[in-house]
Ligand binder design. Structure first.
Ligand code: ZN
Length: 61
């Protein structure tokens, strides 16, 4: 199943958080890391994970 990826996200806006692509371990690990960061109120960690996830989506999916 293909997940649509936004092509025009902008750094000045806060888009919807990227989700894991089913079956992709790398996505899953980033989503888990993001949940972890959020549970510690580590919001810069959360946004780091979102950045990595978007880059990974752009490269790998
Ligand atoms: Zn992935």
């Amino acid at each position: 199943m293909e997940t649509q990826k936004p092509q025009d996200y902008r750094l000045t806006e806060l888009p919807v958080e990227p989700a894991a692509v089913p079956g992709c371990a790398f996505c899953l690990s980033l989503v888990v890391a993001r949940q972890n960061a959020r549970s510690k109120s580590d919001y810069s960690g959360v946004s780091d994970c979102n950045v990595e996830l978007r880059e990974h989506h752009a490269e790998a999916h």
